[in-house]
Design a protein around this ligand. Structure first.
Ligand SMILES: NC(=O)c1ccc[n+]([C@@H]2O[C@H](COP(=O)([O-])OP(=O)(O)OC[C@H]3O[C@@H](n4cnc5c(N)ncnc54)[C@H](O)[C@@H]3O)[C@@H](O)[C@H]2O)c1
Length: 264
């Protein structure tokens, strides 16, 4: 690619992508509403609020790929979610339509299906069951991507990320963990595959434990390599097992199912 845009570049995954994906394009355009480190070699830094339509059009212009990580990533009051994840997603897709339809990696979430129980095995065709306003906003993003694909041919990889951290942090993450290395190889795969379409793919490592049928990853030829099992003994020694009726034991979305509707 000539220019890859990374939104949410100041966030956890944005920093990881910035550190490890410089080889993906001649220029990496980094954007966030929060402060970012100054531009390095082959980088451009462009602050932008995704809720600002004109600014998003300027941001997307000239890019041939978008790694869309920006937006609210946890449960927050509706106005924040609306700006980043609803209006922001509309602005992004309209800007993409106006500027050559660059391929999009859309970071969606397991919280689109958080109210499925941990004793259920699901695949990407099962109905959504979001576990909060954040999850609802990601369902909206998936629907938006699907509509722009059907109507205009816009390509998007809808990556339902589990839990992307250096290592799993609790028992639930033994099932939901996506290793940093697997995240990076997944992004590379999305931008390299000749035909993408608009598939929904679980962003999860090759964990022994899990609730998601990962076969749709084959559509883009991606294979996760890491396995949370390597950390099981460490996790189980660190904390007592939560009670079997606790939300983190019952629901795939874990503690997000316990979140209230935040007003402030
Ligand atoms: N990290 C995970 O395990 C995980 C799991 C599921 C989904 N995701 C999704 O992946 C993406 C990246 O996750 P993360 O962990 O890096 O989140 P993060 O919160 O660390 O980063 C998100 C970034 O988006 C920026 N942002 C928020 N609102 C914005 C707005 N209106 N305009 C511009 N920028 C805005 C924030 O400043 C932040 O830097 C998010 O979309 C998140 O929902 C992540």
């Amino acid at each position: 690619m000539k220019r890859l845009l990374i939104t949410g570049a100041a966030g956890n995954l944005g920093k990881l992508a910035r550190a490890r994906l410089g080889h993906m394009a001649e220029v990496i355009r980094l954007s966030d509403i929060a402060d970012m480190d100054p531009a390095g070699e082959n980088e451009e830094v462009i602050p932008c609020n995704l809720g600002d339509e004109a600014a998003v059009h300027d941001l997307v212009k000239g890019c041939d790929g978008i790694l869309h990580l920006g937006g609210v990533s946890v449960e927050r009051p509706w106005d924040m979610i609306q700006r980043g994840n609803i209006t922001g997603v509309y602005n992004l897709y309209e800007a993409a339509r106006a500027h050559g339809m660059p391929r999009i990696f859309f970071a969606t979430s397991n919280h689109t299906i958080g109210y499925y129980r941990q004793d259920e095995m699901i695949d990407t065709r099962d109905p959504m069951k979001p576990d909060g306003l954040y999850g609802v906003s990601k369902c909206f993003g998936e629907a938006m991507a699907s509509m722009y694909h059907s109507k205009f041919g816009q390509e998007t990889a809808l990556i339902r990320i589990g839990s992307c951290f250096e290592k799993p942090r609790d028992r639930r993450m033994l099932a939901t963990w996506l290793s940093p290395d697997d995240f990076i190889s997944l992004v590379e795969c999305v931008f390299r595959v000749p035909m993408l379409g608009c598939p929904v793919i679980w962003g999860v490592s090759d964990n022994d434990e899990g609730w998601w049928d990962r076969s749709s990853a084959k559509l883009i030829g991606w294979r996760a390599r890491d396995n949370s099992e390597a950390y099981r003994a460490e996790i189980e020694a660190a904390a007592p097992c939560p009670p079997p009726d606790a939300p983190q034991s019952v629901y795939q979305g874990g503690m997000f199912t316990e979140e209230p509707i935040h007003k402030t």
